[in-house]
Each structure stands twice: as C-alpha cells, then as structure tokens.
Design a protein around this ligand. Structure first.
Ligand SMILES: Cc1ncc(COP(=O)(O)O)c(C=O)c1O
Length: 437
C-alpha cells in the first residue's frame, strides 16, 4: 500500500500507487488533453454551500412540483410497470414517450412523427450525439458567441474549430453567418454545422426574430448548411407569441436537427431529452447512443409517460412561467438598483438567464473570486466561448456574466444581486484608486 496526495492536497491511500496523474499523462488521448470543463459545472459544488447564493446554475424551480402528483405518478409506475421500468429498453426510447414528445413539439407548432425521434439522456446527450456524429478533429463549426457553456466541452471533446458568430437583441446575426460562409469558402472550408439556440438563448436571453429565422433557413438551403437547433426554452415564455421553429421552417428538407429536453418543462433530475432528425442522421445517432449508454433510463422515461398521461403538462409549464416571470422581474429591479450605470443587459422574454456586461476594466473571472468571498456566485462570460485554438481573442466574454433567476426565490435573488453589486462597486473603487478612469 502506497500513499499519495490527492489534487485537494489531502493524503490518500491507494493500492495503485501515487495518484498525482503523471503516470497517466502519456496515456491520455490527445482529445482528452484539449477538453475544457463547462464553466457552470465547475461552479456546481457552490450550489451545495448554504452560505452562498448561487445565481450560477441553470436550475429550474423543482420546489414547485406538487408532492401529491409525484406520489400518484410513482404509484402508477409501481402498480403497472415495475418490471418493464427496471428493464433495458430500446436505444431510441419507449415508443409511447416518442409519441408524447411529438405532442410537446406540436405545442410549438413543430410537426414530427415518433420515428423521427430518439430519446436521449437529457438535452446534453443530444448535443454530444450531434457533435460526435458530424465532427472530425479540426472540422469547422459555427455557433453563437456567446454559446451554451455546456456545449463547450462537447465542442472541445470532438476537437471542433468553433467560429463564434455574434448575436444581438434579435438573436444570431444571420447576416454575419452568410459573410462567414463566404470567407470560409474562399479558404476552401465548409462548416460541418451551425449550432444555435433560437429561443431565450442560454446565456444571452435573446430570441431570434422571425425574419432572421426565414433568412437562416434560406441560407441553410442555398449553402447546404446543417443546422442543429437546440430548443430547451421555447415553452419557458413570459410574454409574446411563439415563433416557428427552424425545424418547421425547414419544411422537411432535412437541413435541421432539432434538440430539446424535459429538464425545463418537467425536471432535470429525470435526464430525459430528445433529438428529432432525418432518418440517415438518426441511424448514426442511434449507433452513437448504443456506444454511450445503450438506452436512457427506462424508469425515468416511464415516469414522464405516466405524468403526461395523467396531468396536463401545459398547466405545469404555465405555473412555472408565472413563477419565473416574477423572479425575472425581481432580478431586473435588483440589477437596476445595484449595478453601476455603465453596466448593460437585455430583458429576456423567457428562459432562465440574464446576460449582463460590466465596464471593460472588470474581468468577471477575477470578479468571481471576490464575489464568492461575498457569498454570491455567477457564471463568468468566458465560459460561454470556446477558447481559440490559434489566433482569436482569448478574452471574449471577459466583461460579461450569466445570472440565473429561476432557481431561487425573489428575496434571495434581491440579496444575491445586492451582494454582486457590492462586489462590483468595490472593484470599481479599487480601479479608480489605482488611477483608472
Ligand atoms: C441550451 C441548452 N441545451 C442543453 C441543455 C442541457 O439540457 P439537459 O439538462 O436536459 O441535459 C441546457 C441546460 O441548461 C441548455 O441550456
């Protein structure tokens, strides 16, 4: 038995010998070397510290899920489906769930058949399968800048060369997509796909306008550009009318792969999401999923089926939206009161996040260390960009931060933003004392 030192500095005993990692370094695959952790996962541990108000996670409000409904749904799973719920299931998911997923998509005006669907282990696996199915090391991928921080490890795992395209209050700058395609084509490069979150973007909170949706589909058709549409938030809407999905606007031409999840409309602990895609793509994704996990939890799938059979999921979503609208407003009020006049943010009409930008002498990665001392956490903006592989600005997102408003009650939001405000104020004061403008 030898002793080693764990990365936390505590002595550990192990029959394998020292665990300092040196022996593994030469064995790691080159792609493991380049994987970048998701900024929000790094901060997950903070959500367990009661002294810290975490505005970092993308936590839906699971407190509002009625206990009586939970008991009743599990009772029916136990009474009628215990053996099959404890069994392996088909890789593509239980057929009744795939029918229910079509119902959820139809509620957003997106038509799909059960055969167009694979159930995945959360929306996260749907992203992973999309990237692993299409991207070889070095392949070019387009994505909004900022993009979903949880997609960053998927891009880096498969060694994608990600080109971020800016967004504004109307979502992805589709005009710049066309420009970038022309630029890449001149260098003989055709991007493998464009990853986009059209509704209530994570982290930016913005929604792609109808005009841009039409234009993007037109570009996809003219340039044969595959679009991966990630839509976990389409139904988390506080005001305004739903806009058509890119999947629907594609009109069955096969240039859109659609991803979504039950995490935001039911509960992330279920880990049930899905992909809708053209048949040849689904076949490859099915093989990828076989390799990853054989099938998603049949128990969780059965829970979702029984829940949807017995209850109107739309009513639950409407209740959630009422709660979140109040929390969003509480956050916007607090930001107005607590942040310096130079700070900017947009009002999200749905989703879970506000993306704020601070004066350019504030680096939010450094600010986070100070904020944690002041017992509040957020996701620094750099985490929403893939670190550039060669040339490219390594400081993208450096002055921005993502704040979540769905996970904690209104008074806690106000207190969290007040702590953030105090942290920023002392930063600004220090900057001025050091001679900054
Ligand atoms: C844009 C986006 N895609 C995918 C996911 C992952 O969804 P899931 O929790 O179902 O894995 C999230 C979660 O926050 C998200 O914001």
């Amino acid at each position: 038995m030898q002793t080693g030192r764990s990365s936390t500095g505590n002595h550990v005993t192990s029959s394998l010998g020292p665990t300092d990692g040196a022996r593994y370094d030469e064995r790691f695959a080159s792609r493991a070397a380049g994987i970048v952790s998701s900024a929000m996962r790094d901060l997950m541990a903070l959500s367990e510290r009661p002294d810290i108000i975490s505005l970092a996670g993308g936590f839906p409000d699971t407190e509002s899920f009625p206990r009586a409904i939970w008991d009743e749904v599990w009772a029916s799973v136990t009474a009628d489906h215990i053996a099959s719920s404890l069994q392996y299931g088909p890789t593509e998911g239980l057929s009744e769930l795939r029918e229910r997923i079509c119902e959820v998509m139809a509620h957003e005006g997106a038509s799909a058949r059960p055969d167009d669907i694979i159930v995945t282990t959360g929306g996260q696996q749907a992203i992973d399968l999309s990237i692993r199915t299409f991207v070889d090391p070095g392949d070019t991928v387009l994505a909004e800048g900022p993009t979903y921080p949880g997609a960053v490890p998927s891009f880096t795992t498969y060694e994608a060369d990600v080109h971020h395209i800016p967004l504004d209050e109307d979502g992805l700058r589709v005009d710049l997509v066309e420009e970038r395609l022309a630029h890449l084509a001149a260098a003989g490069i055709r991007p493998k796909l464009l990853y986009t979150i059209p509704n209530f973007h994570n982290p930016a909170g913005v929604t792609m306008s109808l005009e841009r949706r039409h234009r993007l589909i037109d570009i996809a058709h003219r340039h044969e550009l595959l679009i991966v549409e990630d839509n976990p938030y389409g139904q988390i809407r506080f005001e305004g009318e739903p806009l058509p999905t890119l999947w629907e606007l594609d009109g069955g031409e096969g240039w859109v792969v659609y991803l979504s999840t039950f995490s935001k409309i039911l509960a992330p602990g279920m880990r049930v999401g899905w992909v809708a895609a053209p048949q040849p793509v689904l076949r490859k994704m099915n093989l990828g999923k076989q390799a990853a996990d054989l099938c998603s939890s049949t128990l969780a799938q059965r829970f979702v089926i029984e829940y949807m059979r017995r209850h109107d999921w739309r009513e639950h979503v409407a209740r959630l939206n009422d709660v979140y609208r109040g929390r969003r407003d509480a956050m916007l009020r607090a930001l107005e009161e607590e942040l310096p006049a130079e700070a900017t943010w947009l009002t999200p009409a749905g989703g879970l996040f506000v993306w704020a930008t601070l004066p350019d002498f504030v680096d939010t990665r450094d600010l986070l260390a100070q904020a944690i001392k002041n017992q509040v956490a957020f996701v620094p903006g750099r985490g929403a960009f893939v670190p550039p592989r060669g040339e490219g600005d390594p400081d993208r997102g450096a002055h921005s931060l993502r704040l979540n408003f769905s996970g904690v009650p209104e008074p806690v939001i106000s207190e969290g933003v007040a702590r953030l405000g105090r942290t920023v104020a002392s930063w600004v004061e220090l900057h001025r004392a050091l001679g900054g403008a």
